[in-house]
Design a protein around this ligand. Sequence first.
Ligand SMILES: [Fe+2]
Ligand SMILES: [Fe+2]
Length: 223
Amino acid sequence: MRQIEFPTYKELLKDKRILYYIERADYFLERMGYTVHGLSHVGWVAKKARELLLLTTGDQRLAELAGIAGLLHDIGNIVGRHDHAQSGALLAYQLLKNKGFLDDDLTEITFAIGNHEEGTGEPATEVAAALVVADKSHVHRSRVRSFKTIYEDIHDRVNYAVLHSNLEVDRENKVIRLVLKIDTEISDLLDYFSIFQPRMQMCRRASKVLGYNFRMKVNGKDL
Ligand SMILES: [Fe+2]
Ligand SMILES: [Fe+2]
């Protein structure tokens, strides 16, 4: 296992330029009517992707790379929503290039970010897989910008209905479990799966790369 020779995501959280890009990406998404993708989202994804990789593989270097990929994965939205994974990968490469990253580390991050979206992404590496599972699992009330939109917008309604979300790693049974608490008065499971099924399928594929099965537990019941 190689030594970590680059700044960690927690260190990058102090970088004003990186914070600015994250903020701008979220600003443009807000203008387009999307849920919150700012620091509260990418910070959660960074933390969870790092933890997930560490718990499933024990590889510290890859875990730190997953944290960085988590922090930067949505910056491509400063270019546009469409294909933001690809544009984000290239932007992250540029932002990190002069920070002492070796090419091996830079390319891991670039690949992970470039492959984090369902439809175009193929989470074929551990770093990409951890990023995908963390990102697609971040469904939560705090991501809704305005209570008013929950009646018209199914994404806002489903997010608003999720009171608690967490990822658990069961190492003994090799299961990554997404645990959700959903207020079914606001949104039912049919709503959830009608928009999130492709994402859950991607989580399943990604979990396999980490050597795990992906499962869900909703309101205390295993699905
Ligand atoms: Fe994204
Ligand atoms: Fe994201």
